[in-house]
Design a protein around this ligand. Structure first.
Ligand SMILES: [Zn+2]
Length: 330
């Protein structure tokens, strides 16, 4: 008859609501302590993904955030079914996150300065950008423009939402149209890239901030490593398409650990102030620098001519052709 030894559970078998295993150092972390350290591993500095609500609490002055358009609902315009119907996916994500879609926007103060902020939530269908997320980014930008207050967007996204097909792709143009108007009006835009910022979000507004700040070791890219390696037919260097890689290539301006992020933003808000209007509703007449997006930089690097012009044309079309009609309002 076998002898029963005293039961000792394996370390990774602790209840997941109490403990989290760090993917960086495999240490078991007590959730309450992890929350206190802003969900950054105290042993190896791994930055866990955090929901939009937690991010807003970390960045905005306590109690200052007032959410706008909380009821904006995604719709299944295409009747899309993959492993399960898109509406079922939406309901499941809404129940698990308590959000209507993968972005939250509103007005707040940070260090006493008013800002318009939009925060993405990776927990909602991979933070993917469909019509509602694009609309929220656009409305956050338009509020910043109207109030002449800085725009802060925290990206955390797998890219455009494939279940919304072309409607999702149209958000790239729409969001870039607003960013372009901010540049012309000289209203500051601080973009914060967190793990992961990929696909259509990377290819549109996320990397064209006046200041692009990334959290350490975040995945920031358009396409995955396998696709990239296959396209260029070369082995990829270590740390490829992580924050540090982009910083060393001048694509990201700052890498800031989460505990310092709020202070860093407060310092930046002290420097970046929209100049006052000249009395006739126009910003002072100064040379306008066009945002240099990844795609225009790429086509420029490939010897493309007039990439900036065509992209700017697209932005104007995006604003004028009513591409925002697909987003339900309410
Ligand atoms: Zn760790």
């Amino acid at each position: 008859m076998p002898v029963r030894l005293p039961f000792r559970p394996r370390r990774d078998a602790y209840p997941s609501d109490l403990w989290t295993k760090c993917p960086g150092c495999a240490e078991m972390l007590f959730n309450k302590q992890l929350d206190k350290s802003l969900r950054v591993c105290p042993h190896c500095g791994h930055h866990f993904r955090i929901p939009a609500k937690a991010r807003i609490e970390q960045l905005a002055d306590a109690g200052s955030f007032v959410e706008r358009d909380a009821n904006l609902q995604p719709v299944d315009s295409l009747g899309f079914v993959d492993l399960k119907p898109y509406p079922d996916r939406l309901v499941a994500a809404q129940l698990s996150t308590g959000l209507r879609d993968a972005a939250v926007w509103g007005l707040a103060t940070i260090g006493g300065r008013p800002v318009s902020m939009c925060v993405m939530d990776f927990g909602f269908i991979g933070g993917s950008m469909g019509a509602v997320v694009g609309e929220k980014v656009a409305r956050a930008g338009e509020a910043a423009l109207a109030e002449r207050i800085p725009l802060i967007i925290v990206s955390s996204s797998g890219g455009a939402r494939m279940q919304e097909g072309t409607f999702a792709l149209m958000q790239l143009v729409k969001t870039m149209g607003v960013v372009e108007r901010l540049k012309v009006a000289r209203v500051p835009f601080i973009s914060i890239l967190t793990d992961p910022t990929t696909g259509g979000v990377f290819a549109s507004f996320a990397v064209v901030g006046d200041v692009n700040i990334a959290e350490p070791n975040a995945i920031i890219r358009f396409a995955g490593d396998r696709v990239s390696a296959g396209t260029i037919g070369e082995e990829l260097p270590p740390g490829y398409q992580r924050s540090e890689f982009w910083f060393s290539h001048g694509f990201v301006d700052r890498i800031v650990a989460r505990p310092h992020l709020r202070d860093e933003i407060i310092a930046l808000l002290g420097f970046l102030i929209a100049p006052p209007l000249n009395g006739v509703g126009e910003p002072p007449a100064t040379p306008i620098t066009r945002p240099r997006s990844f795609l225009s930089a790429l086509t420029g690097a490939l010897g493309g001519d007039g990439a900036g012009e065509s992209r700017n044309g697209d932005s104007r079309n995006g604003e004028a052709n009513g591409s925002r009609a697909e987003a339900p309002r309410g």
